[in-house]
Unconditional design. Sequence first.
Length: 593
Amino acid sequence: MEKAEILARAKKYIAEEKDERFRKEVEELVAKEDMKELEDRFYQTLEFGTGGLRGVMGGGTNRMNTLEINLATQGLANYVRKAFPEKAADGTLSAVVAYDSRKNSGVFAEATALILAANGIKAYLFTGLRPTPELSFAIRTLGAQTGVVVTASHNPPQYNGYKAYWDNGAQVIEPHDVGIIKEVNAVTEVKTVSKEEALKSGKLVLIDKEIDEKYWAMCKAQLFRPDLIKEKAGDVKVVYTPLHGTGAMHVEKVLGDLGLNVITVPEQREPDGAFPTVEKPNPEEAPALKLAVELGTKEKADVVMATDPDADRFGTAFPDKDGKFVLVTGNQMGALLCEYVLLSRKELGKMPEKPAAIRSIVTSNFVDAICEKYGVTLYDCLTGFKWIAAVEDEFEKSGANNYVFGLEESYGYKVEKEVMDKDGVSAAAMCAEMTLYWRSKGVSLLEHLNDMWKEYGYYEDRAISQYFPGVSGKSVMDGIMTKLRNDGVQTLGGKTVLKIRDIGNSVEFDPKNPAAKSAISLPKSNVLQFCLEGGTIVSARPSGTEPKIKFYINSRTPVAGKSDEGLCAAKKEAGMLCDKITADIKAVLDAAN
């Protein structure tokens, strides 16, 4: 991009940004003519990805700041008014706005609510930080047409984000996301109103406990065995960390009401957008759970639990026979929860007709085998919980299936219908009950996981990520995907590729006969999947919210004799295969650099 164009964009931003903090950043960069930094801030405008807007906070069109929030909200308001013309005409449009503990989240949320109010949309704004799943719950409870949560989920402290939701309580998908972006790009004026005026007119309504109490009750209502919990809850000690986010109030309340002994990591209990005790507040990564595991070891806890800053992701660790805590992966906990939900429904006569579960395409097919055993139809969908919600929404509209469980490998689970997003709070409650259930059978969760592997086969899953930040990052990632498409990958890890699913082009084919393509029904997305002999699937997917490309390895190895010896051999075999595939993937990434 030419210097003159970058400076022109920067000066336009300076003229339009009303937030002095962000405006001054750009003014100083222009004064110094720091073209490298200016180019990174202005070479593109943030767009809705798999989670809406997300980016590093700061001044610039390629940053999260008040101006970008204002433009996005005005575009959202314009789109909502067009999508619901009758409600726009009679003044009954409404929206819900929530926010997490990140820096500027409260400022961005209030700005969002006031713009919605100025556009004739009643804005229900939480008085304090709340989890993302509660935002989804509130939209459905209040009958709102849209909603926004200001969060960057598990990203590092310098990030923030903006997720837009629709009237079904799920994140927006096509055509709404595309339609909102078109409206955002066409914005010429942002309407807003003072907080005092919005409150006086009734277009801004502050909410808190009236939603909180219903949400807590809903989470507890999902549980299957209240008598077991009442009898045995005091026997289970939980160490929990909200990772400086929104989860403490909710997880402590729900688990506390159940009678569980919950010890929250004191250094990480209070909300803090700097996340001072972790590099990334991500329960998927072992370093984030370090303090919780240390406390769990000291307290001889039965389970360590963690939620990310907006409490939609849920991570766990359990002690082995020697008292050493073992981290449970997202795929493993998803399989444990799925099996527990299904066996509980079957045992208690609560399995609905035409039951169905949903997983993302990069999630382990461990749950496929579980669903087959229990007679549950398994659907797959694109990555991102909004796509799980979209499939469930089709169930609700058509009546073709009844939703019983949804999961994705990135520590996202949903046991309820009342929320149309992953929910770390309800997952924590169900995990607690599941722990009690298997303890009542004389089995720990780790022991039961081993039993499941013996029955269904050993599943090993890995993820390899590579970041490509800056102006050239997107083109590098595009180049990797193009090369993988064009080269016709024949083997990975020494295993023959039997089928390639090119979801970006909506086809699948045998790489030995690429001309004979068959159609697949998933929405288009820039994802490639390589199905290997033996059942392993390798997926390549550029992130929609971060400058990274991610590879997923999902393998299955049969367990000979369903024995301990067979499981040990299967783990060794799977580890060697995954190591070989990982080496091949790293060679591709190294070549791109």
